[in-house]
Design a protein around this ligand. Structure first.
Ligand code: PXP
Length: 253
């Protein structure tokens, strides 16, 4: 049997909807409660520099009100490190952030400023926070993440999701293969492997089948589906699709 596969539900876009009209509704913390009731293993929220969705007080309330592990997505800036060290979420996922992007495009560039990234990772670890790096699925990147002292990587599945959406079978297979090779190599050198971005009920199966992956972080597809079927049903359907995919997983080596 492969290791169990956890689902982290990203609630950013509940806050996007709230912020469209100002005020307090819909409340991302209520969404977090509902997600946990429906079977989510963790809650993920990204406090962006421009606060376009999640706000500081959301993070504080999530930490106070939610017992399920909170995964704080953040850029590797001094401001975010200070917030993380004060709030002390269960986990922090370091992501690249550009103001002009619609969502997180591409993984972290680990070669750009390794000293700075290494020091951010060390400060978060010292605060007792489990650190993951959101990275491209490449074996060399797994080595770099390991050298920087990160215990966890989250493999960026965006290119796979794009190929799947374009109905390009050859590219989808190639992207899946990249994810498989990165996951196998990362696990072999001792990293815990997560994955996320662009995953949907339709495309999640083959990713869930990769035995070294132990956590998926999913947001947009779930919050989108929630409009039609409710958040609980959307999460239960995703969990079923993950379980069906996982059942096809070979043993992790
Ligand atoms: N993981 C990370 C690191 C992300 O930045 C995002 C997007 O915020 C996700 C997972 C979830 O992606 P999606 O919303 O496409 O499911």
């Amino acid at each position: 049997m492969p290791a169990p596969l956890r689902l982290g539900v990203n609630i950013d876009h509940v806050a996007t909807l709230r912020n469209a009209r100002g005020g307090f509704y819909p409340d991302p913390v209520r969404a977090a409660h509902d997600a946990i009731m429906a079977g989510a293993d963790g809650i993920t929220a990204h406090l962006r520099e421009d606060r376009r969705h999640i706000r500081d007080e959301d993070i504080e309330r999530l930490k106070r009100q939610i017992l399920t592990p909170l995964n704080f997505e953040m850029a590797a800036t001094d401001e975010m490190v200070a917030i993380a060290c004060r709030v002390r979420p269960h986990a922090a996922c370091l992501v690249p952030e550009k103001r002009e992007e619609r969502t997180t495009e591409g993984g972290l560039d680990l070669a750009a400023n390794p000293e700075r990234l290494g020091s951010v990772i060390a400060r978060l670890k010292e605060a007792g926070i489990r650190v993951s790096l959101f990275v491209e699925p490449e074996p060399a990147v797994m080595d770099a993440a390991h050298r920087l002292g990160a215990p966890v990587v989250e493999l960026h599945t965006g290119s796979y999701a794009e190929a799947f959406l374009a109905d390009d079978q050859a590219r989808t297979d190639a992207e899946l293969d990249r994810i498989r090779r990165a996951a196998a190599h990362g696990a072999a050198i001792g990293l815990e492997i997560h994955a996320g971005h662009g995953l949907t009920e339709q495309n999640v199966g083959p990713v869930a089948a990769i035995p070294q992956i132990v956590e998926l972080n999913i947001g947009h597809a779930l919050i989108g589906a929630a409009i039609f079927v409710g958040l609980g049903d959307a999460i239960r359907a995703m969990l079923s699709a993950m379980e069906a995919g996982r059942a096809a997983a070979p043993q992790a080596r």
